[in-house]
Design a protein around this ligand. Sequence first.
Ligand SMILES: [Mn+2]
Length: 379
Amino acid sequence: MTSTRFLHTSDWQLGMTRHYLEGEAQSRFTGDRVETIRRIGELARARGCAFVVVAGDVFEHANLSRRDVGRALDAMGAVGLPVYLLPGNHDPLGPGSIYAQDAFRDLAPDNVVLLDGTGPWPVAEGVELVAAPWRSKRPDADPVAPALEGLDADGTLRVVVGHGMLDELDPDRNSLATVRRAPLDAALARGAVHYVALGDRHIRWPEDGRGAIHYSGAHESTGFREPGRGHVLEVVLDGGTVEVTPHEVGRWEHLRLQRQLDGPDDVDALRAELAALTPKERIILQTVFTGTLNLSDSAALEALLEQQAEVFASLNAWERHTDLAVVPDEHEFEDLDVGGYAADALEELRRTAGSDAEDAAVAGDALRLLYRLVEGPAR
Ligand SMILES: [Mn+2]
């Protein structure tokens, strides 16, 4: 039997926007996610790969601008090897498909091949892809199993290219579009197929890299539930053996920072931790702070976050899980130069902030603001 080496990637979702990215950060995110395709191409050529398969969700949706489609296709052209695109749930075939639009038809370079037919696609002598493209956003049956029909163990090396959630990973037990593992295992066991390149899951699976059924994960991180940077998989099939090697290609990172802050040491540790993160312009940071700080520490934290928010791609609190109380120390206002009307307001805010009242948190915010205004810029 023959052998082959290729890259397996998926879920590029080109044209994706993120609500927490503003202005220039969103532009860079969009541009970098296309640029990463060029690096995937460099890697594929350097590793001596024969082709690249994108296992679904190449594009985010069907309403991309001609410019976005054109730039994406330009990057795919630069790969310099055949790039096989599988339509997934974000970019299915059918009416209004992005693949039926003039932008794609006019601008697709010769090396880009749309896997728009279900079943075998010869890609090299003795090597076939077995494509399972999505034809609608909501299939009413396993989107992969039909592609396996009629495949014999005839010595052809076959790579199934499919999209969807495997039954053992699908949180929606009633989903009609769940990819059943049993038919894939059966096809592998009888030697009709040799590798299954899946997409839909944005993080690599299985983590231990064993077996012949794999999700590559997205090439660039798309959310806070995806730790680390994106990967592609280098796959070598040689006779009956499967060798899978992950390569980090992503440059962006979603980072969720959960920290308990109970005093100045904790704020200083956080300051050092933020300073050490790099490159900040490609790190999307979400904070989940809990604990209790006094006014000066709280003001220092606020100033720190304000400074850093400008440097990180984005820095926001996960409000739902943030539970940081601000409780003024007894002495905190003693040395401040506050008198008259402001002193009365201060006393009232202190009472409210320290109570169980519904507006205790608002009073805490007001206290902190007052403290910063009177004290001047915090450290
Ligand atoms: Mn998907």
